[in-house]
Design a protein around this ligand. Structure first.
Ligand SMILES: Nc1ncnc2c1ncn2[C@@H]1O[C@H](COP(=O)(O)OP(=O)(O)OP(=O)(O)O)[C@@H](O)[C@H]1O
Ligand SMILES: [Mg+2]
Length: 299
């Protein structure tokens, strides 16, 4: 992979969060970025000078209180919005010099998006939802179909391609959304609170998938309010009042292991419940089978 286009900046503290073999090229590089919203008489400074360099192959969690500017930052990183002032280089390209077609082009080649509310088309199958970005890119039907199938297989949903969103669990819908983000083979996945609507066990499942993609070399940026979710990233950027308050590396928690532990805990609870009230054994087993409702789990 090519050397970074702007070697003037120092790289982040260490490379412990990089996937094996990842090249040290900043795929995201923003400098002194501000964003001001003007709504009627009210001016909101959503970002007040953010510097952030993300190397190819990093897994970054962005945290911070509500209103601290996380989504504003993600929209700028995703090329969905321009900064008011400051520079943004996406994959080495200064986006301020691109017109909207140029921006859409680099966005389609480089980025995949995942949102809290999945944003799937409800009257459309999983396969058609995943094909959508390719439709916009004028990929022929046969190729679209093949790529969408590959992408759904990659997220473990090969047996759900004909299902509509309302025929799938929240976790499955989010996996369809991840398959849709992956279908164009992006370098970076930007996810704004992707586990915000999921229970804790399903959240870990989704993070397992993100860790797999990260290990395969995709750069991941995830916004989350949950420290338990941020624990799966190799770097945590904390926002406060439109600025980066802290930026630290950490040893990522292994999501696959965490998932196994969460499943074992839930099964133990179900078994204990059944032992305490033998008559309720079937109820408990049925409840366990119906949903991963680990959220209300108590020790
Ligand atoms: N389109 C907009 N027009 C006007 N103000 C906006 C707009 N989008 C965001 N803001 C304001 O900018 C600030 C940052 O908002 P942002 O959505 O980035 O916060 P956030 O950190 O993502 O919060 P949350 O955790 O609640 O999602 C807030 O004060 C918000 O009201
Ligand atoms: Mg937000």
């Amino acid at each position: 992979m090519a050397k970074p286009a702007s070697p003037s900046k120092s790289p982040p503290p260490s490379s412990s969060s990089d996937a094996p073999g990842a090249a040290a090229a900043p795929v995201i590089d923003i400098e002194k970025v501000t964003k001001t919203y003007q709504t009627g008489d009210v001016t909101v400074q959503a970002l007040r000078g953010v510097d952030l360099v993300i190397q190819t192959g990093e897994f970054v969690a962005v945290m911070g209180a509500s209103g601290s500017g996380k989504s504003t930052l993600m929209n700028i990183l995703g090329g969905l919005d321009y900064p008011t002032t400051g520079e943004y280089r996406l994959d080495g390209e200064p986006i301020s010099r691109l017109d909207s077609d140029g921006l859409a082009g680099i966005r389609n080649r480089t980025l995949g998006f995942v949102f809290q509310s999945f944003n799937l088309l409800s009257r459309t199958t999983a396969l058609e939802n995943v094909e959508l970005p390719l439709l916009y890119a004028d990929v022929p039907a046969r190729e679209r179909h093949k790529l969408a199938l590959e992408s759904l297989t990659r997220v473990g949903l090969a047996d759900r391609v004909e299902h509509h969103p309302n025929q799938m669990s929240g976790g499955q819908q989010q996996r369809v959304a991840i398959a849709r983000a992956l279908v164009t083979h992006p370098k970076v996945i930007l996810a704004d609170e992707p586990t915000g609507n999921l229970d804790s066990e399903t959240s870990i499942e989704v993070m397992t998938l993100f860790q797999e993609l990260w290990r395969a070399g995709i750069t991941i940026v995830v916004v989350t309010h949950e420290p338990d979710v941020a624990a799966f990233a190799g770097r945590v950027v904390m926002m406060k009042d439109g600025k980066v308050k802290s930026d630290r590396r950490q040893e990522p928690r292994d999501a696959r292991q965490a998932l196994a532990q969460a499943v074992a805990l839930r099964q133990r609870e179900v078994a204990e419940e059944a032992a305490e009230a033998p008559g309720a054994a079937n109820d408990a087993a049925a409840k366990d089978g119906a949903a991963h409702n680990g959220e209300g789990g108590r020790l």
